[in-house]
Design a binder for this molecule. Structure first.
Ligand code: SAM
Ligand code: SF4
Ligand code: SF4
Length: 339
């Protein structure tokens, strides 16, 4: 099987390394940039339970992906901590040799779950937090969750002893630019790595406009007004964040420049949706159905063949060609495909 992984490259020569698994399309937040309440309201049809891949199905696929070269899996959603018994999936995946496992959460349920996730074998964690003041944060999550609830979650994760904790903040013009310095001040010197993400045109519902993007270079300039920072070499080729460190030794920060400096060239990510479809790009319009063959009793070899075929033909580079690509109304929502 190692031979396959050495050979499996997409049409632009990119290997398959990372898999993001969306374990639920539901969320307790309604972030205005991701699941705006007008669209994801009481009448929104989320996936019915039988459509969701079972943990056994996910774990079987994870093993196959590992055999094709995947070395890192991120559990995401929707809000992954809403999936019942998520710890049991974590335990199954953590038991597969050769896979690094991480999870992205909005942090609301983390105070309750950090220890059980760590005990189940989760090594790394990313928590999203877009502001440190309640008026801004509550306006963005649009579901009455407070900053304190998320900070308690992060504290619980620190106590539980995760190998790495990162915090992601999406910065939107006119909404939370002031959070850049507040978040940096808060997490400096704490061991938690803060990463700023440019607001992206994911899905078709968040009303994205280029004017609302605060570029990574502007964020960096804001940081530099207060602190001296210097670039750090990437940990590995294809790392999504540009890394910087505070010159005074207060740790590291990252900038995710998805819009202004796309990194498609090094993109080694595949996404598995909650209902078992595979997407080769965050901005894809169609996915490969794996659930049907899986439930029809397909052998491992057959599933491996389908996935390899999909990857070999992959040509995605949406962020590089965003301006030519036009605005597709059919782009899949991030909460379903997995952020
Ligand atoms: N619910 C979890 C959370 O929020 O951490 C996991 C799923 S969420 C879709 C994953 C990440 O995508 C979050 O860090 C979120 O801030 C980010 N995200 C969602 N919509 C975005 C957008 N339009 N632009 C940039 N990042 C976005
Ligand atoms: Fe939920 Fe995460 Fe999307 Fe916010 S970004 S609505 S927390 S899935
Ligand atoms: Fe990868 Fe698609 Fe994002 Fe480019 S736009 S980095 S190909 S997910």
């Amino acid at each position: 099987m190692k031979m396959t992984s050495l050979l499996l490259k997409d049409a632009l020569g990119r290997p398959l390394r990372d898999l993001r698994i969306s374990v639920t399309d539901r969320c307790n937040f309604r972030c205005t940039y991701c699941m705006p309440r007008e669209i994801f309201g009481p009448d929104h049809a989320f996936l019915p339970r039988p459509e969701l891949l079972s943990f056994e199905e996910v774990a079987r696929l994870a093993r196959l992906f590992r055999d094709l070269g995947v070395s890192k899996i991120r559990l995401t959603g929707g809000e992954p901590l809403l999936r019942k018994q998520i710890e049991s999936l974590v335990a199954q995946l953590a038991g597969i040799p050769g896979l690094e496992l991480t999870l992205t959460t909005n942090g609301a349920l983390l105070a309750r779950k950090a220890q059980s996730l760590r005990d189940a074998g989760l090594q790394r964690l990313t928590v999203s937090l877009d502001a440190l003041d309640d008026p801004t944060f509550m306006r963005m999550n649009d579901a009455d969750f407070t900053v304190a609830q998320v900070l308690e979650g992060i504290e619980a994760a620190r106590r539980a002893g995760f190998d790495s904790i990162k915090v992601n903040a999406v910065i939107q013009r006119g909404v939370n630019e002031h959070a850049v310095l507040a978040l940096a001040e808060h997490f400096r010197g704490s061991g938690v790595i803060l990463r700023f993400i440019e607001f992206m045109d994911v899905g078709a519902t968040n009303g994205w406009r280029m004017d609302d993007v605060v570029s990574a270079s502007e964020i960096l300039a804001r940081l530099r007004q207060r602190w001296a920072v210097e670039p750090v070499e990437p940990n590995y080729p294809g790392e999504v964040a540009n890394r910087y460190r505070y010159c005074d030794g207060a740790g590291e920060i990252g900038l995710i420049t998805s819009v202004t400096q796309p990194f498609c060239r090094g993109c080694t990510r595949l996404r598995l949706s909650t209902d078992g479809r595979l997407y080769t790009c965050l901005f894809a319009t169609d996915g490969l159905d794996l659930k049907t063959p899986l439930r029809a009793g397909a052998e491992d070899g057959e599933l491996l063949r389908r996935v390899s075929e999909l990857w070999r033909h992959r040509t995605d580079r949406y962020s590089e060609i965003r301006s030519e690509a036009g605005r597709s109304a059919r782009k899949i929502e991030m909460s379903y495909i997995g952020g």
